[in-house]
Design a protein around this ligand. Structure first.
Ligand code: ADP
Ligand code: MG
Length: 312
């Protein structure tokens, strides 16, 4: 393609809110044979909400929710935001005489939380902190089991039911006792299934990669029409998935939004960041989708194919 054709294509992309960082990226996109989608915030809306909350070990549900929210208040994770929001509403609903307000800083999430110290985030697993001298753990099975928490059969059954229904199940422990289970939903983007179908028609193989557990991942993938799933992938592992495909000779595009995704976006032949996503992801990518609409993944590949098809 001539420099003029590349300029025109870049302009057409910009009109769709598809920012293309250079002619090389534009050229590579035509050869893409695999598109790897991150799940949370990429295929899904990234707007999580708590749908289920149950206390265990005879604990009061309100107390458990306050503990979990206090532990998650320091986390930036989308799941954490959903948990704090839910805890906030439950807290004030249970105390009708208390004013549902904001503090001087306009922060509605302070004032009711317990003091948490020694906060640690474990990427891809959960968080830990100390509250009232006890260790609070919030996260997935692996995090709790590695910390010697026994998961009672009723809690495990609840987790399985949630996960089969596309929810992410979150476990809560105080020291080594399981005290709660939360179910969190994050709906698919409206266009997600149509885009997956469209890619298949273009001869492009869609894959979903996620740090979430296998059961939830499979249920979500089924809903969106993706057969090839990689789950329980630690943040560093997403780039390994891409390198393995490249070693087989595939040209790989990665679509992602999170800090977790930036090594994979950089490793991919074509890194595509969701516009509203993390700055680090946007920096690591070759394409930025400003409209946060997955249809523009197809726009990007189409544009490259049309620009370079004639000169192959
Ligand atoms: P994804 O790849 O889908 O964006 P992550 O790698 O961020 O997922 O997280 C993987 C899993 O680790 C989550 O599904 C959840 O079970 C657990 N997790 C991560 N961060 C948190 C947190 N702040 N609170 C609770 N659980 C968490
Ligand atoms: Mg994500």
């Amino acid at each position: 393609a001539t420099p003029t054709a590349v300029m025109v294509a870049t302009g057409v992309g910009a009109n769709h809110g598809v920012l293309i960082k250079g002619g090389d990226a534009l050229e590579r996109a035509q050869k893409v044979s695999y598109v790897i989608f991150d799940k949370t915030g990429t295929l899904t809306q990234g707007k999580a909400s708590v749908t289920t909350a149950k206390a265990f070990s005879g604990r009061d549900l309100g107390d458990v929710l306050t503990l979990v929210a206090s532990a998650e208040a320091s986390s930036e994770h989308p799941l954490a935001k959903a948990i704090v929001e839910y805890g906030y509403h439950c807290h004030f609903l249970s105390q009708p005489n208390k004013e549902v307000g904001r503090d001087a800083g306009g922060n509605k999430f302070s004032g009711w939380l317990l003091e948490a110290t020694d906060f640690t985030a474990f990427p891809g697993r959960g968080v830990q902190c100390l509250i009232n001298g006890k260790r609070i753990l919030v996260g997935n099975r692996r995090l709790l089991v590695d910390n010697n928490v026994t998961i009672p059969i009723e809690a495990e059954n609840l987790m399985v039911g949630l996960e089969e229904g596309t929810r992410t199940g979150i476990l809560v422990a105080e020291d080594e006792t399981l005290i709660g289970v939360l179910g969190i939903t994050d709906p698919l983007k409206r266009e997600a299934a149509v885009v997956v179908e469209g890619l298949k028609k273009m001869g492009v193989h869609p894959v979903m990669v996620t740090g979430d557990n296998w059961r939830t991942a499979r249920a979500v993938a089924k809903e969106v029409g993706i057969e090839d799933v990689r789950a329980e992938v630690m943040p560093a592992g997403k780039a390994d998935v891409i390198r393995a495909l490249q070693e087989e000779g595939c040209v790989v595009a990665m679509v992602g939004d999170g800090i977790n995704d930036s090594p994979a976006l950089a490793a991919a032949d074509v890194g595509i960041a969701i516009g509203g996503g993390t700055d680090i992801a946007v920096e690591a990518a070759d394409y930025v989708l400003m409209r946060n609409n997955l249809e523009d993944v197809i726009t990007a590949i189409d544009l490259s194919r049309k620009t370079f098809a004639r000169i192959r």
